[in-house]
Ligand binder design. Structure first.
Ligand code: SAM
Length: 279
């Protein structure tokens, strides 16, 4: 199997990224031919698709046990508010069924479990066994008997037209085929069901220099000090820059089959919540 050499598309000097709201990507580099394996982004690097999946897996294996602490440190606790907002806007009612895709350490699953109550059902799913194990334990410790399923969001092992709500928080960015994952989420929703995507997005322009400095200088430093892992947090900053902006993601969700798609910018667009409905 030929391998694709990894290549920095933005140069090694991270300060270059501060001058550009998003790194300039030569689309030709992403063009696939029969002779070459398909390529995608891992942060600012262009790698073959299998390599991205493996490297994302390694990132989350490495951070699983410190993930919650790091989330609090990096966001100053704001991620808790963003997640509460998402669950508020889900419109989920007691007795309903919710799928938390790429649910990791189960922050959203726990909030949903509280809402659906004992007659409802929450399924926590994630591709990564280490993240899923932390999430499952946290759910049990909080007194919720939610189902934990290890699976790829791009091939969900659930029937069509089943869930009242399918959510993905801070997971879509890491997926190799985002459109496929969104299509799968829409497939498993019942008609009228809600698809929610909570994800880092494109920040209000005047704040970009400050945000870039924070992401590329402070985040890897916190990662290095707290988790002895600067590289995973550099990937976090880079993957945020490579993620589609609010309008692009809205169209992707529409293309996946949802209607009435709208989005809400949180904290000046650092994060956006997208919500759509299965017709
Ligand atoms: N949803 C949690 C939260 O908001 O705290 C965890 C988010 S964490 C940043 C991203 C998660 O996406 C990781 O647990 C990772 O294993 C998962 N993930 C990445 N690619 C995936 C895929 N193809 N299918 C399912 N989960 C995936």
């Amino acid at each position: 199997m030929p391998t694709v050499s990894t290549k920095r598309c933005c140069g090694r000097n991270i300060w270059n990224a501060f001058r550009l709201p998003a790194p300039a990507v030569n689309l030709l580099q992403l063009t696939n031919t029969n002779a070459m394996p398909k390529t995608t982004h891992f942060g600012f690097e262009i790698v073959n698709e299998g390599e991205k999946t493996r490297r994302v897996g390694r990132v989350f294996e490495a951070v699983a046990t410190r993930y919650d602490l790091m989330n609090d440190l990096m966001s100053g606790g704001l991620h808790r508010l963003w997640k509460r907002f998402a669950v508020e806007l889900s419109g989920v009612l007691p007795g309903q069924q919710v799928l938390d895709v790429a649910g990791g350490t189960a922050d959203l699953s726990r909030l949903f479990a509280k809402r659906v109550g004992s007659n409802g059902k929450v399924v926590l799913s994630d591709i990564n066994a280490a993240m899923l194990a932390v999430g499952r334990d946290r759910l049990f410790d909080a007194g919720y008997a939610a189902l934990a399923v290890q699976c790829d969001a791009e091939k969900l092992p659930f029937p069509a037209n089943h869930f009242d709500c399918a959510s993905v928080a801070f997971g879509l960015r890491n997926m190799t085929h985002k459109e496929q994952a969104l299509t799968e989420m829409a497939r498993v929703l019942r008609p009228g069901g809600r698809l929610l995507v909570l994800e880092f997005s494109h920040v209000w322009k005047p704040l970009q220099p400050l945000y870039n400095a924070y992401s590329f200088k402070v985040l890897p430093l916190i990662g290095k000090i707290v988790a002895q892992d600067a590289a995973s947090y550099r990937y976090l900053a880079e993957s945020i820059r490579m993620h589609p902006d609010q309008e692009t993601l809205k169209h992707m969700i529409e293309n996946a089959g949802c209607v009435s798609v709208e989005y809400f910018n949180l904290s000046a667009g650092i994060v956006a919540l997208h919500r759509g409905y299965k017709p």
